[in-house]
Write a protein that binds this ligand. Structure first.
Ligand code: ATP
Ligand code: MG
Length: 256
């Protein structure tokens, strides 16, 4: 397993009473949290990200989709400072992410972001619910019954109510990701008004239904290029680009 993981973020603040993670429920803010400008990434002479322009606004949930090897993880890893971009500019909360930064310099920037990756670290010895309520219980000292109620609400939100007492090794990759999202949402930062804060999140997913359900915006990336992005419903119903169309036809036709 590589070093991809769920990074707890101060920007993660869900509205726990809303039934949906959608833009309508949260209200995406105008404030730009992540901004990538003409970002390129090479591994040796392999050109993996090609002039990528990418923005994420406050409280936005963005789903990155695209074929295997298209650069989704690399993009997220660059945004999070886990990988050094070769050229271009990345700003997190307006702060320039310099590829030369040390881990120590990066950590306050990374804390700002809630990013859920394809691979993340769920505790194998804890049930789904226990994974979700770990942080509220230990970090936020939330009373147990309150944490359980919050955990159940968040599991319902990501469609995993019935997996509450199951261990992670019994879950599919996509289900694990949903647990990771619920867990990220459970880490509410202190001293903020829950009713008006949402979470800012970039999710890499191979589950199209999931992308459609939880995201405010879908970004389709192919061969290191953002080919198309926009409203999930529109992208899935009416992709504008041939490559998007082909990709969606392929993945949707292989669904059980
Ligand atoms: N550390 C590395 N060194 C060399 N090449 C790499 C490295 N990491 C990724 N690559 C290459 O960069 C390309 C993009 O990889 P990346 O992991 O970003 O794809 P992805 O879209 O996340 O794919 P998947 O859907 O399979 O997870 C691939 O061709 C991959 O082989
Ligand atoms: Mg990947």
């Amino acid at each position: 397993m590589d070093s991809e993981q769920t990074v707890p973020g101060d920007a993660l603040t869900p509205i726990i009473n809303s039934g949906s993670l959608s833009q309508a429920a949260y209200g995406v803010d105008d404030e730009v949290i992540i901004s990538a400008i003409k970002v390129n990434k090479y591994f040796g002479d392999k050109h993996v990200l090609k002039d990528v322009d990418f923005e994420v606004r406050k409280r936005e949930v963005v789903a990155l989709i695209g074929p295997s090897g298209s650069g989704k993880s690399t993009l997220i890893r660059c945004l999070n400072g886990l990988e050094k971009h070769t050229s271009g500019e990345i700003y997190i909360h307006g702060q320039r992410l310099d590829p030369r930064f040390s881990v120590k310099q990066l950590s306050p920037i990374r804390r700002e972001l809630g990013m859920v990756f394809q691979n993340f670290n769920l505790f194998p010895h804890m049930t789904v619910l226990q994974n979700v309520i770990e942080a509220p219980l230990l970090v936020r000292k939330m009373p147990k019954d309150q944490a359980v109620a919050l955990g159940e609400k968040l599991l319902a939100k990501v469609g995993l109510e019935e997996k509450r007492d199951v261990y992670p090794n019994k879950l599919s990759g996509g289900q694990k990701q949903r647990v990771a999202i619920a867990r990220a949402l459970a880490m509410q930062p202190r001293a903020r008004d829950l009713a008006y804060e949402g979470s800012t999140m970039v999710v890499v997913t191979h589950e199209m239904q999931f992308a459609r359900d939880v995201s405010d915006r879908v970004v389709f990336i192919s061969d290191g290029v953002i080919v198309e992005q926009g409203d999930p419903e529109e992208i899935f119903k009416q992709p504008r680009h041939e490559r998007t169309k082909l990709f969606l036809e392929r993945v949707l036709s292989t669904l059980p």
